[in-house]
Ligand binder design. Structure first.
Ligand code: ADP
Length: 820
């Protein structure tokens, strides 16, 4: 299809109607130039419509590429009135059009009504199109262009001849501009320039620079053509590219990226060896095409190197009185721990390079381990970072994956250090007691390397593959209990134990810290909400059966939130939260101590257990039924606890007459011991005394003495052996509002650690032998003989025939232990 637009009076057309506007994001069309454009969607509709009319449209450079539906502000002010010379359709979706520029056109106003833009435009005329100066300029441009054509491999020499014939000078400028490689903004500037003189001189400037670049390029090319290997060639070509970009005052994306990376690396002050490696990688990066996945791998690696705080460290504040003030400000009590921290600071004060101890805070959740860590960091003026090691089984999580793996990352330690942004942060490693070991390697030994002052000055993460000095980092580990911590690690740590808090301590901490902090953090200062002591105590007793403060803090926050909501809704006027409000806002109480306290049936006893979340009171229940002298154990008991139960039963049987139990009572009887709260795993030997008391109570009908809890390991011969975690256990008994605690004589010394108010509230009954313990734990005589089935009298009972399927019993969740 050819077209003849000369017959059209363009002025008349533009005066008569609005013209379709084709936004072109990447190009500027000059009058007299012909370009091929690809159109789709709205553009295609526009071209279709134009083809059925006079084929005219205005091609305008779109400045703001982001929008699909540009408006006037997204477009340049001047575009080119053009005619569609030819159209080639590609199905219904898109088409190619050959477009020729006719004249400059200024957009006046947009009109709506079509899926594409329509606008009224006015045509723009060239100014000052004559004179000697102008002719001189025209000649200069022609000469420059000819030279450029001669230097270029891509432009055919006929072009130079062709442009010589273009008239007038304004058109010459447009044609040369269209044929020269100019940036889009530069082209637009030339399009908008109506003074032919200014257009020509701007173009001459551009051509001058292009010529320089082309000459530099030629020179380098000549060098490259010498005998060089491929890599050198590539390098030089890259330099050429850079030189050209520099000459043009612009930077390619790759050049800019490399430059930025290099700057970042310069600022990071890498150790020389690492810098050498980084530079090598940087050079390699320059040769990898950006589309290649390897590019981003190398780039990420360099980012990591540049982001590590190789030379960034904070200055320690070793002022002891300042540190003490901060520790006191953040935490109530914990005097021993604060002293230990201050000692550490004092040592640092006199010997700054003293070896840093590896401290481990051990205690139930919510006892302030993390917040102490934060506080120490604050006192020292160090950055604080935290990484949990709970469930870490793979050595690579600590030490990183080798870079060769896709998606490789540095390990926890290096990640933490980067987050800290300094090479001497306080680094808290949480849950070291929950480290795992499996086929993927032993994370504990990797951790040892991190913590060991002998080795950690050159810790090599597999990903970074360069030594990083961790010796200035202050590591603090935390654990709920020490036993599961791998021994090699345990040996090197200085353990600081934090135990649960008493009710009074919790109340004080809530007053001084938790409530003000929660109010502050939820931004409710202005509401003036008050929480009474009674309310706090109620939450402590009836909503949070815990050693620490986590749930207390959470419930306090919930109270504040809910009150704030009611106040905001205008449903609540009182801003004081007392016990009744606690019930109303938090719902029914969650801990009912009545169950423990109202224990008055034979066959029961209260044991004290020590779990990762602090001390706990366990109710032990024993019952008997016709059977074959078996002992059934349920309630998720560990092996050691099962053995304790076996020992307890054997003790009772062997001392039956002394305990005034008819030995026949054990015949044809199964004993079932159950410890409720079945979801919690229970283990350890310390429930021995309580298990024994429950069984004796069952067979003698003697009731357990109310509000009495007991702990102690037993031997078959009736000795009571010491146990661990006494403080936590005593606190649990106190929390449960019990009054008497039986404990092994040898554990009496541990009571010193128990806070005085708890010691005063409880009666401690130290025992050495089981007989003593049973006398103290059980009422003297059977008040209400329990209906223990006396199956020995039942002649018909089936004794020996049925063996029962063990697997069936196992499937029923019973641990059946046959006594021999
Ligand atoms: P952990 O790390 O031991 O699980 P957290 O440090 O998270 O415990 O403590 C739980 C909450 O109790 C935190 O808000 C903490 O500030 C607060 N807390 C714990 N102990 C004290 C204390 N002695 N004085 C003040 N606040 C405390």
């Amino acid at each position: 299809m050819d077209n003849d637009s000369s017959s059209l009076d363009l002025e008349q057309v533009v005066r008569a109607r609005a013209l379709p506007i084709l936004p072109a994001p990447e190009m500027v069309l000059f009058p007299f130039a012909t370009v091929s454009l690809s159109v789709e969607r709205d553009g295609l509709t526009l071209v279709n419509d134009a083809m059925t009319a006079d084929r005219l449209m205005v091609v305008v450079h779109q400045k703001n590429v982001g929008t699909e539906k540009p408006n006037l502000g997204d477009l340049s002010a001047v575009g080119t009135l053009s005619v569609i010379v030819r159209m080639v359709r590609h199905g219904d979706e898109s088409a190619h059009v050959l477009v020729r520029g006719l004249a400059r056109a200024r957009l006046l106003s947009l009109e709506v009504g079509k899926p594409y833009l329509l606008a009224k435009v006015s045509l723009l005329e060239d100014q000052d199109s004559g004179g000697v100066e102008l002719e001189g300029l025209g000649k200069a441009v022609l000469d420059q262009f000819t030279q450029l054509v001669n230097l270029s491999d891509e432009m055919p020499s006929e072009l130079a001849i062709f442009v010589r014939n273009v008239q007038p000078l304004g058109a010459l400028a447009d044609v040369v501009a269209a044929l020269t490689e100019l940036s889009v903004p530069e082209r637009q500037r030339l399009l908008e320039e109506l003074s032919v003189k200014d257009r020509l001189s701007a173009l001459a400037g551009q051509l001058g620079r292009q010529l320089q670049v082309a000459e530099v390029g030629q020179k380098i090319q000549a060098q490259v053509r010498g005998s060089m290997n491929q890599q050198q060639k590539e390098f030089l070509l890259r330099q050429q590219l850079e030189a050209i970009q520099k000459e043009l005052g612009e930077k390619g994306d790759v050049g800019r990226e490399l430059e930025e990376l290099k700057q970042k690396l310069d600022q990071a002050e890498l150790p020389p060896a690492v810098r050498k490696e980084a530079d090598r990688e940087l050079r390699r990066l320059a040769t990898i095409p950006t589309q290649s996945p390897e590019h981003s791998v190398a780039r990420t690696y360099l980012d990591w190197l540049a982001d590590m705080p190789w030379a960034v460290s904070t200055e320690d504040n070793l002022d002891l009185s300042h540190a003490r003030a901060i520790l006191d400000q953040d935490h109530t009590d914990l005097d021993k721990i604060k002293e230990r921290i201050l000692e550490y600071l004092a040592v640092r004060h006199f010997k700054p390079d003293a070896r840093t101890p590896i401290v481990c805070f051990v205690g139930p959740p919510g006892t302030g381990k993390t917040s102490l860590g934060r506080s120490i960091a604050r006192a020292l003026g160090r950055k604080f970072v935290r990484q949990s090691l709970g469930g870490v089984r793979d050595e690579a999580e600590i030490r990183g994956h080798r870079r060769t793996y896709i998606g490789a990352m540095p390990g926890n330690i290096i990640q933490g250090i980067r987050r800290a942004g300094s090479n001497n942060p306080l680094f808290m490693l949480d849950e070291v007691d929950k480290l795992g070991i499996d086929f993927r390697g032993d994370p504990a030994s990797a951790l040892l390397e991190v913590l060991d002052p002998e080795q950690n000055s050159s810790f090599v993460d597999h990903y970074l593959d360069a030594p990083f000095d961790l010796s200035k980092t202050l590591f603090i580990c935390t654990a709920n209990i020490l036993d599961p911590v791998p021994p090699a690690l345990r040996d090197r740590m200085e353990v600081i134990t934090l135990s649960g808090y008493t009710e009074q301590e919790k109340l004080a901490i809530a007053r001084q810290h938790l409530i003000p902090k929660s109010v502050r953090e939820s931004g409710l200062e202005s509401l003036g909400i008050e929480i009474t002591d009674g309310a706090v105590t109620k939450i402590v007793r009836e909503y949070t059966g815990e050693a620490g403060l986590r749930n207390l803090e959470r419930e306090l926050q919930a109270l504040l939130r809910r009150t704030a909501k009611l106040v905001a809704e205008g449903k609540e006027a009182t801003r004081t939260i007392d016990e009744a409000r606690v019930r109303a806002l938090l719902g029914p109480e969650r801990f009912n101590l009545g169950r423990i306290q109202a224990l008055n049936e034979p066959g029961a006893a209260l044991a004290l257990a020590w779990t990762p979340s602090g001390g706990e009171v366990l109710v032990i229940e024993a019952t008997a039924m016709p059977g074959r002298q078996e002992l059934l154990l349920t309630g998720k008991l560990g092996e050691v606890m099962k053995e304790s139960a076996l020992a307890a039963l054997s003790y009772v049987r062997s001392h039956a007459s002394a305990l005034r139990i008819d030995p026949k009572r054990f015949e044809k009887t199964d004993v079932h011991v159950h410890i409720p709260a079945g979801a919690i795993a229970k283990d350890g030997p310390s429930a021995g005394v309580a298990l024994c008391a429950a069984v004796v109570s069952l067979f003698t009908g003697r009731l357990p003495v109310p509000k009495t809890a007991m702990t102690g390991e037993i031997t078959l011969l009736g000795r009571v052996l010491p146990v661990g975690g006494v403080k936590e256990k005593v606190l649990a008994a106190h929390r449960a509002d019990l009054t008497r605690v039986l404990l092994p004589l040898e554990n009496q010394k541990d009571l010193e650690e128990v806070p005085p108010e708890v010691r005063d509230a409880l009666t401690f009954l130290p025992v050495e032998r089981l007989e003593q313990a049973l006398e103290l734990a059980l009422s003297p005589s059977a008040e209400k003989p329990r209906q223990v089935p006396d199956v020995s009298a039942d002649r018909n009972a089936d004794v020996g025939s049925a063996t029962g399927s063990q697997s069936e019993k196992a499937a029923a969740g019973l641990h059946r232990v046959r006594r021999s």
